[in-house]
Write a protein that binds this ligand. Structure first.
Ligand SMILES: [Zn+2]
Length: 55
């Protein structure tokens, strides 16, 4: 039985490398298509904070 369902956000497990710092990524909230750069959690957060606000 599969009763360990937690939330509706699927995580994809694997082994990728962050395009920015080269850190290992083991989990992604989306399926990588192999074309887009992947970022680790730290870089992702940093980029989000860097992004200028839109009005
Ligand atoms: Zn990184």
């Amino acid at each position: 039985m599969d009763n360990q369902y937690s939330g509706d956000r699927q995580m994809f497990k694997g082994s990728w490398k962050c395009s920015k710092c080269g850190a290992e990524i083991t989990e992604l909230p989306f399926e990588p298509d192999g074309e887009r750069p992947l970022y680790c959690r730290d870089c992702h957060r940093a980029m989000r904070q860097d992004r200028p606000r839109r009005f």
